[in-house]
Design a binder for this molecule. Structure first.
Ligand code: WQD
Length: 331
């Protein structure tokens, strides 16, 4: 039995699909603050199997305890957390309290029930702005915003707990830029309000709900001046979680690994790929740089290949095709 915290979210729901397809039994907890339980109906339509769901916040110690009393978990995949960079700058206390205290509460209850394996949703944001791409897992971590610091701190907390207990098994998965959607078009990324991230914003332009894309800077030292990122298909990313969980079954200690493709694409290159995939015009408006953005950020993806025998299989055209398929049906 696998516990997936934040399992009704974008990456969480895609991971539930892969877990169910691989024959695992899945329990999902989520506070539904930024997602809908309907996504689990879609997961059932895709896989023909159901997850058990409990509406529980990771900060609710007794709520967590009730779930752990009912099920024997072999591993916890921990997605639950607040993740909007800009919001974290405006409301740092909320971010530190929810993300750090929530994970500490989860770890406390895991220890009570002797659950020793956790796959943690970290982020390439922990590389900060001082490291040069391709980014490798041994580089120093830092952050430029409270959200990023919560990821740096959670990595430290999990590493220290594993150092203190040699039976602990911890995977710190540093996601690059997850985009796309399940090819069924039944689950995907559909954030509340105006999206901060590039792809959901482009999707809303394509379906006519936003007039144009603001390109945050075209004067970076990159192939065409716009920002370069390592976009990874959310289905590839979900499969990376199963590979990490299987690795932990045979290896105690801490595994820190990039989940990226190793390829960088610029904003303007992504817009061209999306136009080709959707057949839609995407008007762009060159705007000033966004504070905190780095010019270029992409993974050295070799460690995941070597240790997990996992690498991304889908390319930017697959990502845009699936993102458009989902957007055209749901946004
Ligand atoms: C990508 C590129 C922008 C929007 C963030 C978080 C990171 C992770 C992924 C959670 C950049 C440009 C964007 C727009 C644009 N999230 N852009 N116009 O900033 O690489 O990473 O999301 O873990 O922690 O920091 O992703 O999608 O916001 O931006 O030009 O309207 O698109 O400048 O070059 P980012 P993003």
């Amino acid at each position: 039995m696998i516990l997936v915290t934040g399992g009704t979210g974008f990456i969480g729901s895609h991971t539930c699909v892969e877990l169910l397809n691989a024959g695992y039994e899945v329990v999902v907890i989520d506070n539904l603050s930024n997602s809908k339980v309907d996504s689990l109906d879609a997961v059932k339509k895709i896989t023909g199997k159901s997850c058990l769901f409990y509406k529980v916040d990771i900060n609710d110690e007794n709520g967590l305890r009730e779930v752990f009393k009912k099920h024997k978990f072999e591993c916890v995949i921990h997605f639950a957390g607040l993740k909007a960079v800009g919001e974290s700058v405006e409301k740092p206390h909320w971010y530190y309290s929810n993300n750090i205290s929530g994970t500490l509460t989860l770890l406390k209850v895991m220890a009570e029930f002797n659950v020793k394996s956790i796959v943690f949703s970290s982020s390439a944001t922990v590389y900060g702005c001082d490291n040069q791409s391709p980014l490798t897992e041994d580089m120093r971590t830092s952050a430029t915003n409270p959200y990023g610091w919560t990821k740096v701190m959670q990595e430290q907390i999990l590493s220290d707990i594993a150092f203190a207990d040699s039976d602990m098994r911890v995977a710190l998965l540093r996601y690059f830029n997850p985009i796309g959607a399940h090819p069924s078009g039944l689950i995907g990324e559909n954030p509340n309000g105006i999206p901060n991230n590039l792809l959901p914003y482009v999707c809303l332009v394509a379906v006519g709900k936003l007039p144009h894309l603001n390109v945050f800077g075209d004067d970076y030292d990159t192939i065409d001046g716009s920002g370069v990122r390592d976009y990874i298909h959310v289905v590839d990313l979900a499969k990376g979680h199963l590979a990490a969980m299987r690795y932990l079954a045979d290896h105690a200690g801490v595994l820190t690994v990039n989940l990226g493709t190793g390829n960088g694409y610029s904003v303007l290159q992504v817009v061209e790929a999306y136009k080709k995939a959707s057949g839609k015009e995407i008007p762009v408006n060159i705007s000033p740089r966004r504070p905190g953005d780095v010019a270029s950020n992409f993974a050295d993806a070799s460690k995941a290949k070597k240790l997990l025998n996992w690498s991304a299989e889908l390319d930017i055209n697959d990502m845009c095709r699936d993102a458009w398929n989902f957007a055209s049906k749901n946004m």
